[in-house]
Design a protein around this ligand. Sequence first.
Ligand code: ARG
Length: 447
Amino acid sequence: MAEKPWGGRFAEKTHDLLEKFSESISYDKRLYPYDIRGSIAHCKMLAKQEIIPQADSEKIIAGLEEILQEIESGQFQFSEALEDIHMNIEKRLIDKIGDVGGKLHTARSRNDQVALDTKLYLRDTIKDVINLLGQFRSAIAELAKNNSDVIMPGYTHLQRAQPVLFANHMMAYCDMLQRDSERFDDCLKRVNVLPLGAGALAGTTFPIDREYVAGLLDFPAITRNSLDTVSDRDFVIEFCSASSILMMHLSRLSEELILWSSDEFDFIEISDAFCTGSSIMPQKKNPDIPELTRGKTGRVYGNLIAILTVMKGLPLAYNRDMQEDKEPLFDTIDTVMISVQLFTEMMKNIEINKGKMFAAAGGGYSTATEVADYLVRKGLPFRDAHAVVGNIVKYCISKDIAQVGDLSLDEFRGFSDSIENDIYEYVDLVKSTINKSKLFKIDDAGV
Ligand code: ARG
């Protein structure tokens, strides 16, 4: 009863339901290029160390390269009965080149092999994500630059607070995304440590050369502890955590784009290519990309919690529970990659309703703080100035005056005789906004 690569000590056939339950090939097949690359490096090392003959190693490597072609051209038959990508490839190798294929797994276990495959895959992915984030930041910076004179209301509590430059608002997202990139880059340091050589958990008695394998696979370091090597999924959790924070940022931008594109705000127009219609209301144009991104943030958080929960309380070293790291990880990767790409394209195709933003920026007595600051310059303590301006705003509301700058000088002086004609300079929307934002560097996208 030795159909399975591990079937030697088994007398009975595996139950069909168990096969369905335990297989991971349906989703871990995406690791195939990394599994093959890792196996080739391992095989070269086995030959160099004279653990297997050079001629066998050459046969194995040629076989693996052919398998790569078979998978890439869609000819490869994946089998659920063979559980995972590692055994699917190994079985095919033995079918192709005969028993010599069985030598590949010398001094190796699927436990260190799966850690290697996941790290190799994640390493490429992280580089792609960082690259995509750079493009995203450029798109935002471009939008900010093309609208550098646009003034909009800045909000706290979603109430108009003080006018801000639209560019300032947008570049806030560039800073968030810059931090996201740094988090991914930091995660990469822990991903980039070679796990191979730990075997099942205890290492191996064969005279392997881990530094050599690390060199072949471009790992700057190798792991130190064999038990930790096969039971560590911190790097998966870190990736999912950095992704969750990134999605949180995207969901905040989503929320703003959804609000701004509503008739109530009417600040922006998202191009048709990134919206959908309603099946019942012909007039509708819905901001689906931001909405879906906001929604998908939930699944990315869920994936982080799933993997944290899988790892919680697991005794050392490898446990089969850990196979459950892959679906949350892969789903996170897919979600993050497409969200960032779509957002980048969408940001390049947003029209800004400058007039609407400017009109809204002037409402809500948004320059009231300027009047208070003006009075402070004239010698009033800030708290007293605050009280005077509170009265000014109350007066404006009662007289239906839209902006403090619409008051006459006489009206102003009714509240404080420190106020002179130059007040109108201070409450000017454009001047005050530009003056305030001068202290901050808003034109540096960090790209
Ligand atoms: N498919 C397994 C996983 O993803 C590979 C390691 C299997 N190891 C084992 N001892 N059954 O974790």
